[in-house]
Design a protein around this ligand. Structure first.
Ligand code: KMH
Ligand code: ZN
Length: 275
């Protein structure tokens, strides 16, 4: 059963939505940094960051990465930054993997290729091994995004090959077309198979976001929200900010008698490599 402290992550932007979907989506480095501050003020310990170019398209440009992370550090030195290496479906794997060279505290590691809605998400096995190894060398903690049961087996193989360090940090992603559906049965059977001592959260996309996130909290997981996962704060109402989504999630955690971890507490809970 869930007891104690939970880590709240805010996924500020994502790699798919645009301002046409929600005009409040932060896309420039300045907007992303301000949104990170807002999310932290509302209780997020981690911000999950995707980068956009001047036209608002997902990018793995290292200059944009440095500028965005620099502005977040200025606006909110406390918050932990988790940089997405998923970036966006049109950006090649080799470009995406270079992002870890800016040495964020954490970065996503997507362990398998898959159909992703109407697109394709390419994460080739040899590339994933190189990326995992490089993250370990640089002291960047991987957040393992797993979209289906076979992805867990691949992650465990990386652990066997000494490319990952425990505790493993999993995001059980549900509701992407091409990955597992967002159902209570899928979540229960997935979480049962995680290695003892793993840290995990649900990432539920779209309408399933709230019920599956609440279920994850009740089962002892951490939680994520933000405009990458849901553009609406309630049915039919667009979110005005990432802070608004975080505040709602923190309210749910508190109603379940859970304390929200500070970034320093989250560092301990995740076993982040010391800097
Ligand atoms: N944007 C998607 C293609 C990640 O952040 O690493 C997948 C994604 C995963 O967002
Ligand atoms: Zn992401």
């Amino acid at each position: 059963m869930a007891r104690g402290r939970v880590i709240v992550t805010a996924a500020l932007t994502g790699g798919i939505a645009t301002k046409a979907d929600n005009p409040h989506l932060p896309t420039t480095p300045e907007e992303i940094a301000a949104s990170a501050r807002d999310a932290w003020e509302q209780g997020a310990a981690i911000v999950h960051v995707h980068l956009r170019d001047e036209a608002g398209r997902p990018t793995a440009d290292l200059e944009v990465a440095k500028r965005t992370l620099g502005l977040i550090e200025e606006a909110c030195p406390e918050v932990l930054v988790q940089l997405s290496t998923g970036v966006g479906l049109e950006v090649p794997f080799e470009e995406r993997m270079k992002l870890v060279e800016v040495r964020p505290r954490m970065a996503t590691l997507n362990v398998c290729s898959m159909t992703f809605g109407n697109g394709e998400f390419r994460n080739p096995p040899e590339g994933v091994r190189r990326l995992a190894g490089r993250m370990r060398e640089l002291g960047v903690k991987p957040e393992l995004e797993v979209y289906d049961t076979g992805h867990l087996e691949v992650a465990l193989q990386l652990l066997k090959e000494d490319l990952l360090e425990e505790p493993l940090q999993f995001s059980v992603v549900m509701g992407v077309r091409g990955g597992m559906a967002a159902t209570p049965e899928n979540l229960i059977s997935f979480v049962r198979r995680l290695p003892a001592g793993s840290v995990w959260q649900v990432i539920a996309i779209g309408a399933a976001n709230l019920p599956m996130t609440a279920m994850g909290l009740a089962m002892g997981g951490n939680a994520r929200t933000g405009m990458e996962d849901t553009l609406r704060v309630r049915r039919g109402v667009l979110a005005r900010s990432n802070g608004e989504l975080v505040a709602k999630l923190v309210g749910i955690a508190k109603a379940l008698d859970l304390e929200v971890a500070t970034p320093r507490e989250a560092e301990e809970m995740l076993g982040l490599p010391k800097r």
